[in-house]
Write a protein that binds this ligand. Structure first.
Ligand code: ADP
Ligand code: MG
Length: 723
């Protein structure tokens, strides 16, 4: 079927579209088009009604050919003056039309008898398409053609986002009937503040735009509308839609928060035994340094949460190296003091191991007198060792359990888990967090307290809208004595200079990380690359111990490599991205990231944070290569530029959001929160503020309207959100 010819199509209206119009979408999907609709999430009438056009076509006007400029899309009505099939250079139907002001030829390389019939000499036709100039006079390639005379539509014609299996004509009908049937009753309460008042005065008319009117308009705008206002979504109809969407999001977040507030957790308060200090205070005294003011502040916030009967749901954010681990250890100490168990989960074995060593170093001597211990669980463990750990966890002897995902496996049974600490929370999916909570539910009616840590903070607007039920603590200063890291962006061709630089660092007794590129979907290539780099560096740096670390290595070997580096025996550590998080070697002063253009911004920032942990002046070199291209792509360039310009994790997060947009930003965090389709947090801050203000009022005073509103907007996605 020629896509370009509605004339041919309208002759045999697709029966499936008629079925859609009758509401068959909801019953068992049979046709490919119906399946495609469902696949696009267009299930309910309201989903269809909210499926907005990508753009519009103006079929409301007929223009004179003479007034059309070259390159313009136009609709004309004209008489067919000639029509013939030409065979050279290629078989085609060539038609000439004349509207009295000018003439124009139409060319069709695919055509059907229906075309020819419509385009017989003497017929009046309505033609729409792009008018091109040319040597042979004006012409239109594959214009849309139908017999002249039918009434002109009064509104612009919507063009919907769709897929191949779903022709435009079908989706238009489906959307139109969805819009007709959808329940669009007003859900904003009468006493709601006018959202129009929140935004600039020129849009004050907005209260007149209820949802039905807004949607009808956006699907079929009148031709005199300023298209710019539709495109930049500043039109009152758009504003109404965005306000509604933000309100739904705020309502659901607030609901989730209130539900969580009804849950109960064991209040955890450190109590000193007669004549001795609490574990918390002992740990504090044992630390080789003083806490920064920021660490003390967040420590108090966490302690206050732990003392409550409501489960803590807190995000601890602080730049790489800000000292989140100590804060977590202090929280663990409170929990253990109160007689409960604490779990610490990290995304990688190496990180878990690091935590383990640090925490053991700090806590084990303090736990020993009371007969308690630290247990660890990782994937690569031997069965016997593991069984021993499991027994200690089940008996409650292990007061602290450190590990990877292994901690939430079914076989792990805690005696009394009360606090879960999750490092680099964005690496964990919602499902895993839920599993952790279930660990506790198995043995009591209580929920564990949850503390998540991250080095890539969530920008404020995102926190406000996507993490409304999350409390946030920020460590906003680094421990004293750190020297800022100097970041250099260096082209591949200057690799030799870099090797000299490495030699000079090694000469000063420093150590170097060399991170190999991330090659998507190919661990084998990743590995080969790392192995090659390792071999080259070994040859270039005679007499220096150059190590290699990659994810395919057996756990014991990884540990050995890491240990050699940590102890300062190894000068250079070549690694795939396994070292990304948490590795802590203060003597390392140079971080080289090969093919830096392939890494994401927060990942680069994480990697960079592996140096600059001691007093030595540290540097990060971002080696990039453009491959066969003359220059780097725009986003890659923006990322490297951001890295060179700032060391501040908050600023990095902000730029990351700017470069990637919230969809991808949150996607990486697997937040589970539905994304905003219409509103844009950058530009719709006023509407967001309005929605935040209205949400609690609506839940308190108009719970039925609130429910209707949320169901309308979020429908089935709601379950996941409340999970
Ligand atoms: P991150 O926030 O990235 O997890 P860590 O907790 O690993 O940071 O801490 C980084 C390094 O700083 C560790 O070696 C840690 O022992 C040290 N550290 C933490 N707090 C302080 C402090 N207040 N003063 C000095 N060093 C600290
Ligand atoms: Mg850390």
């Amino acid at each position: 079927m020629p896509e370009t010819s509605p004339a041919a199509k309208s002759g045999r209206a697709p029966t499936a579209a008629t079925a859609a119009a009758k509401g068959a979408v909801k019953s068992a999907a049979t046709s490919p088009a119906q399946k495609a609709l469902l696949k696009m999430g267009l299930r309910r009438d309201i989903d269809l009604a909210l499926h907005l056009p990508l753009r519009y076509e103006d079929e409301t006007r007929i223009v004179r050919l003479r007034d059309v400029r070259e390159g313009e899309h136009a609709q004309i009505e004209a008489e067919v003056t000639s029509s013939e099939i030409v065979l050279r250079p290629r078989r085609q139907l060539v038609v000439t039309v004349d509207d009295g002001s000018d003439s124009c030829s139409l060319r069709f390389f695919t055509f059907y008898p229906a075309h020819q019939k419509t385009l017989t000499v003497g017929a009046r036709v309505r033609v729409r398409g792009e008018v091109r100039g040319g040597f042979l006079g004006r012409q239109m390639l594959h214009p849309q053609v139908r017999a002249a005379g039918s009434p002109l539509p009064e509104a612009l014609t919507p063009v919907y986002p769709t897929v191949a299996a779903l022709p435009q004509g079908y989706i238009r009908k489906a959307v139109a009937s969805g819009l007709n049937r959808a329940d669009l009753r007003e859900t904003l309460p009468n006493d709601a503040p006018d959202y129009a008042a929140q935004i600039s005065s020129q849009n004050r008319l907005q209260h007149a735009w209820d949802l039905r009117k807004a949607l009808s308009f956006l699907h079929h705008p009148s031709p005199d509308v300023a298209l710019a206002a539709l495109e930049d979504r500043s039109h009152p109809a758009w504003q109404r839609l965005k306000a509604e969407e933000l309100l739904a999001q705020q309502l659901s977040q607030l609901q989730a928060k209130r539900e969580r507030d009804r849950l109960r957790a064991p209040p955890l308060v450190a109590r000193a035994k007669r004549g001795s200090k609490t574990l918390h205070d002992q740990l504090l005294a044992a630390l080789p340094f003083q806490l920064t003011a920021a660490q003390q502040k967040v420590g108090r916030e966490i302690a206050a949460d732990l003392a409550r009967q409501v489960p803590m749901n807190r995000l601890l954010q602080g730049d790489v190296g800000a000292g989140k681990t100590v804060v977590a250890a202090l929280a663990a100490a409170i929990c253990i003091d109160a007689g409960w168990q604490c779990a610490l989960m990290a995304p990688t074995e190496i990180l878990a191991d690091q935590h383990f060593r640090k925490l053991v170093g700090w806590l084990e001597p303090l736990l020993a007198p009371s007969g308690k211990s630290v247990a660890w669980l990782t994937g690569g463990q031997k069965k016997k060792e593991r069984d021993g750990m499991l027994a200690r966890i089940a008996s409650g002897e292990a007061a602290l359990v450190v590990g990877t995902h292994a901690v939430i496996q079914e076989r792990v049974v805690f005696q009394r888990l009360a606090l879960a600490l999750i490092d680099e929370q964005h690496r964990f999916g919602v499902a895993q967090r839920l599993a952790l909570r279930d660990k506790m539910a198995a043995t009591s009616q209580l929920e564990p307290h949850l503390l998540m840590m991250t080095a890539t903070p969530i920008p404020r607007t995102l926190a406000m809208s996507y993490y409304a039920d999350l409390d946030v603590s920020s460590i906003d200063e680094l421990p004293p004595g750190r020297t800022p890291i100097v970041t250099k962006v260096v082209h591949d061709s200057r690799r030799d200079e870099l090797v000299q630089r490495i030699k000079s660092q090694l000469g000063q007794g420093r150590q170097v990380y060399w991170v190999c590129p991330l090659i998507e979907e190919s661990e084998t290539l990743d590995l080969r690359n790392a192995t090659e780099t390792h071999a080259t560096l070994c040859a270039e740096l005679p007499g220096v111990l150059v190590g290699l670390l990659h994810s395919r290595m057996p756990a014991a070997e990884k540990k050995a490599q890491m240990a050699a580096f940590t102890e300062g025996l190894m000068g250079v550590l070549v690694s795939t991205t396994v070292i990304e998080v948490g590795v802590d070697v203060p003597n390392a002063s140079l971080m080289v990231i090969e093919h830096a253009e392939r890494f994401g911004l927060s990942q680069l920032h994480q990697l960079r944070g592996r140096v600059g942990r001691g007093a030595a002046a540290s540097a990060c070199v971002l080696l990039y290569s453009t491959g066969d291209a003359p220059r780097l792509g725009e986003t890659a360039r923006a990322r490297l530029k951001a890295m060179a310009e700032t060391n501040d994790g908050f600023e990095i997060a902000r730029r990351d959001l700017e470069i990637r947009g919230p969809g991808e930003f949150l996607g990486a965090r697997q937040s589970g929160a539905p994304l905003l389709r219409f509103a844009d947090l950058e530009t719709d801050g006023e509407l967001l503020a309005w929605a935040r203000e209205l949400a609690p009022h609506m839940l308190d005073r108009h719970p039925r309207l609130a429910e209707q509103h949320v169901t309308r907007w979020l429908g089935e996605k709601l379950d996941y959100l409340l999970a």
